[in-house]
Design a protein around this ligand. Structure first.
Ligand SMILES: Cc1cc2nc3c(=O)[nH]c(=O)nc-3n(C[C@H](O)[C@H](O)[C@H](O)COP(=O)(O)O)c2cc1C
Length: 173
């Protein structure tokens, strides 16, 4: 699959088959995240791989995982992440999200489905997984094989035209 094909194949999967993801595929997904760009190349991501029933159940207390057999909790280490000197902007969440994007696209290339999840209470994730204060859970990437009947939601087919989101040189926002 070339990149355009990966883009075209990806959609948020919310119906997973129970089948486990092979360890080589998990490794390949993690490797894609490893080579993602991050601010100042600090690589402040910390990724918790959750595939045991206890862990999935713990995550399920705060996040809907759609029966996914694998969840990657992508965190930012705020003790390491780059802070922009002008305004203190912490790049940790951006970095974690680029890593998540790379992993999501690699999962698609490997024939897996995924859904990116931010609707969770970080305090619950921190508590359940005993994360120290400086490790902030940013995204959960739920992964697995698509179940029969999985299909894109209507939102997948709704994207704004570029004319609404892009301006050349001058804008009227
Ligand atoms: C930052 C971010 C947060 C998201 N959070 C959730 C979520 O908590 N639960 C969920 O089911 N989908 C979540 N999604 C998936 C979006 O709803 C989805 O990408 C969007 O509706 C477009 O649909 P598509 O991914 O099928 O193209 C999230 C996506 C992003 C990028």
């Amino acid at each position: 699959m070339d990149l355009q094909e990966v883009f075209a194949a990806r959609y948020s999967v919310r119906k997973f088959a129970g089948k486990a993801v092979e360890p080589e595929k998990v490794q390949s997904i993690l490797e894609a995240g490893r080579i993602a760009p991050t601010a100042k190349n600090i690589q402040p991501q910390k990724i918790l791989v959750v595939q045991q029933p206890e862990g999935l159940q713990a995550l399920g207390k705060t996040a809907r995982l759609y029966n996914a057999p694998l969840a990657l909790v992508v965190c930012a280490d705020t003790e390491q992440s780059w802070k922009r000197p002008f305004d203190g902007m912490d790049s940790g969440q951006i970095d974690a999200s680029i890593v998540t994007t790379y992993m999501m696209l690699e999962a698609t290339r490997l024939g897996l489905g995924s859904v990116w999840i931010c609707y969770f209470d970080p305090a619950v994730v921190k508590r359940e997984f005993n994360l120290p204060d400086h490790i902030v859970p940013v995204n959960i990437l739920a992964l697995g094989y698509k179940a029969d009947g999985a299909e894109p939601s209507p939102l997948h087919f709704s994207r704004k035209p570029l004319s609404e989101t892009v301006a050349y040189e001058k804008h009227n926002w």
